[in-house]
Design a protein around this ligand. Structure first.
Ligand code: CTP
Ligand code: CA
Length: 237
């Protein structure tokens, strides 16, 4: 792979990438979380920067070094991630006059966003109750950030989602693409030893125009390059 010969086709573009996995707090010491390492999102951010883009990386609980030249916004929960992604997409985040401004040209939702959060946060640590067993945890649904982006498109903005599926990967992917209203959906097959925390990844990238691009198992950089190729093609010259 000719990594030295990356095109500068994202010069002057602002892209937003979300990465990692949200944590939904139960009490001051516990949360509901997921196994996303943030590796794919960080690779996407690094690759976009190398191709000339100004990158806002919304990072949910990622234990990786900040990629050089990328603005990193750390978040914890789905609600925090939503605020950070939507304001970066609108170009309204940060202090006025800072590097933040300017509507995003593309938003890539690589983060694993928790579908549900505990209905109530307990400000004190939950204690065992002698003999009474655990109290059930009531959950409420989180907003769907990708669907919100897809439902209210900002002119010319390319919206990319990720989907991890265990069965009926392509059919589920097509249905999800339509439901979320995004331009591209990267569909990964996941299982006990696939995708999560691994340096390589196989995927198919579905387009709202009916296209589909298969990305063979390989480094996450290769998938990132395919994603930005497809985004750049949709942004035009
Ligand atoms: N996503 C999001 N907000 C949520 C949940 C998911 O923005 N509350 C985004 C993810 O970042 C990802 C895409 O939606 O890009 C697909 O996530 P996935 O969990 O596969 O889709 P869901 O609609 O949550 O469907 P499922 O019931 O299969 O989990
Ligand atoms: Ca989900």
């Amino acid at each position: 792979l000719a990594r030295g010969a990356l095109p500068r086709d994202l010069d002057g573009r602002h892209v937003v990438v979300s990465a990692g996995g949200t944590r939904e707090a139960l009490d001051p010491v516990r949360f509901l979380g997921n196994r996303s390492s943030g590796l794919q999102g960080y690779t996407l951010a690094r690759t976009a920067a190398a191709r000339g883009a100004r990158v806002t990386l919304v990072a949910a609980n990622v234990a990786l070094p900040d990629p050089a030249g990328v603005r990193v916004v750390a978040v914890e929960s789905a609600l925090e991630l939503r605020d950070a992604v939507l304001s970066a997409a609108d170009g309204t985040e940060g202090r006025s006059g800072s590097a933040g401004g300017g509507k995003a040209d593309a938003v890539v939702m690589a983060a694993a966003v928790a579908d549900f959060r505990p209905a109530g946060y307990r400000p004190s640590k939950i204690k065992k109750r002698d003999g009474a067993g655990p109290e059930p945890v009531e959950l409420v649904q989180n907003p769907d950030v990708l669907a919100e982006l897809g439902a209210c498109p900002r002119a010319g903005q390319v919206i990319v989602g990720f989907a991890a599926e265990t069965d009926d990967v392509l059919a589920n992917g097509r249905a999800k693409l339509a439901r979320k209203g995004c331009d591209l959906l990267v569909v990964n097959q996941v299982g006990p030893d696939l995708a999560f925390g691994r340096p390589d990844n196989a995927a198919v990238v579905l387009g709202a125009d009916g296209s589909s691009v298969e990305v063979p198992r390989g480094p996450k950089e290769a998938l990132a390059d395919v994603v930005w190729d497809l985004v750049a093609a949709r942004l035009g010259g």
